[in-house]
Design a binder for this molecule. Structure first.
Ligand SMILES: [Zn+2]
Length: 483
């Protein structure tokens, strides 16, 4: 009786295979939660200290990814001469300069009132990068009028409004040339020397501000404009001591401001860092062309508020890359072209890893597609059923858009797709491939309140949604490989 049973199974398997004849590369399975959950968990563990490029946790992440590539027998980017390959063959190293701003200070003073408050970087405020040392010493205009009446456009009564921005000299005369958005954001202009904002940053809630205090941002242009973000309540308390008893000064009957003596000392330290992309390949039948599947593994590191674990951003994308590589490895299938699996360093600090890789591509026409996964594991609380998924593509690739939407339609429960046209102005890695005229698809499950905060942790990951996204990504890649 055993023989007929075996025959029966074979016939049925054959029947199933024929019925699914439309499904390409069916031996390449779809990643399941067990294929990627532990990778997200490991990379977003607090032990990796937020995976800041150049820091120890980032190096551990790179070694971990490279070891998995080695286990899956991916071909290293740089095969070693030794008979026994080691994981360093998967590293694509490049040099970076790390910028720190120890000793940067903000000072408020009022000699008449004998007031002097010094605020220090890290403890009182944070700063984005700037590239030089500077000292700004001047009178700041505390602007009461950047909140205009929506109906009339006139400034509201300054006595009843909280100040919205402190702007150092030379702002007022160019105020009218600013865009509506700039006005709304508080009178910063290219001629401002510095702006100290009292607005609450969009991505941060009140709790963050209680903890973080100021956010100090400096742009490195000829018209370098330092910007300090305040906790609104905290700043008002401090300002009260300086501003009480002062009369607002008026400009053209519309704008009014009070003045404050401010000093900003900006210090910059530069130190060299070695960064590593981690890259492995499954060679294809056509070894001259490739699809690159990539995600950045670096994140924001840590500060006094805690560790930025970056589970969604972007341990999720890296786990996606690794799990797709695993499915191809396990299938034993040789893809029609090379599949390059790439985990980038340096995205959070200017997408240096993917830019470096793209810069090394000798002939961009050999890259058929770059598939980017940057944050693929979260959903808004209300987004429980018809889940949204955002896919970016180039306007000149309508066939890719069509392909994504066709594949999505095949899903038992399709995503609500947000198909958008990419442009070059983004921090995400797909932008590194656009100047090379390489088609891209960028997968993203959407922003959430934990984005770039210490709350982006493993517990918040939506594993089911991630599994469904990877199913779709896998099917889209297979479909592209067939064409
Ligand atoms: Zn990020």
């Amino acid at each position: 009786m055993k023989i007929p049973l075996v025959s029966y199974l074979i016939i049925n398997l054959f029947f199933i295979a024929s019925a699914n004849g439309q499904q390409p590369f069916s031996s390449v399975k779809d990643p399941e939660i067990t294929d990627f959950a532990t990778v997200v968990q490991f990379l977003s563990s607090p032990d990796l200290e937020g995976r800041m490029t150049g820091a120890k946790g980032n190096q551990i992440a790179a070694s971990y990814i490279a070891s998995m590539m080695q286990q899956m027998k991916l071909s290293p980017l740089n095969p070693s001469d030794n008979a026994k390959p080691d994981i360093t063959g998967y590293f694509q190293q490049y040099d970076l300069i790390q910028i720190t701003h120890e000793g940067t200070k903000l000072i408020f003073k009022d000699t008449k009132k004998s007031l002097h408050d010094t605020f220090s970087i890290h403890t009182d405020f944070f700063t984005e990068e700037f590239f030089h040392n500077f000292r700004i010493n001047g009178t700041a205009n505390i602007d009461f009028s950047s909140v205009a009446d929506n109906q009339t456009g006139n400034a509201l009564n300054s006595d009843t409004i909280s100040p919205k921005a402190i702007v150092l000299p030379e702002t007022i005369e160019v105020y009218e040339k600013q865009s509506a958005a700039e006005k709304r954001n508080g009178s910063i202009s290219s001629k401002s020397m510095a702006s100290i904002r009292l607005d609450i940053h969009d991505n941060l809630d009140k709790d963050d501000f209680e903890k973080t205090g100021f956010k100090f941002e400096v742009r490195d242009t000829q018209n370098d404009v330092p910007v300090i973000y305040f906790n609104h309540e905290k700043s008002l308390k401090i300002l009260d001591r300086y501003l009480s008893g002062k009369q607002p000064e008026k400009e053209e009957g519309k704008r009014s401001f009070k003045v404050l003596e401010v000093e900003i000392q900006g210090n910059t330290q530069l130190s060299p860092v070695v960064a590593r992309n981690v890259i492995g390949m499954i060679p294809g039948r056509d070894s001259l062309t490739a699809i690159v599947i990539g995600a950045h593994y670096d994140h924001l590191g840590m500060d006094e508020t805690g560790i930025y674990c970056g589970a969604d951003d972007n341990a999720s994308g890296v786990a996606g890359v690794i799990s797709l590589a695993k499915m191809w490895y396990k299938s034993g299938e040789k893809p029609p072209c090379n599949l390059i699996f790439a985990c980038w360093a340096g995205e959070e600090t200017g997408k240096s890893g993917s830019s470096y890789f793209a810069g090394q591509i000798a002939d961009p026409r050999t890259i058929r597609l770059y598939v980017n996964m940057d944050m693929i594991s979260r959903s808004a609380p209300e987004d429980t059923f018809s889940r949204t998924l955002s896919i970016g593509f180039r306007a000149k690739d309508p066939q890719l858009k069509q392909l994504c939407s066709n594949e999505n339609d095949q899903l038992p429960v399709p995503f609500l797709l947000d198909l958008w046209e990419v442009d070059g102005y983004t921090g995400s890695d797909y932008a590194s491939f656009l100047p090379k005229d390489i088609p891209v698809l960028s997968f993203f499950s959407g922003f959430h309140p934990d984005y770039h905060t210490i709350r982006d942790t493993y517990e918040k990951i939506d594993l089911d949604k991630m599994e469904r996204i990877l199913y779709l990504v896998n099917h889209i890649i297979k479909r592209v490989l067939l064409n």
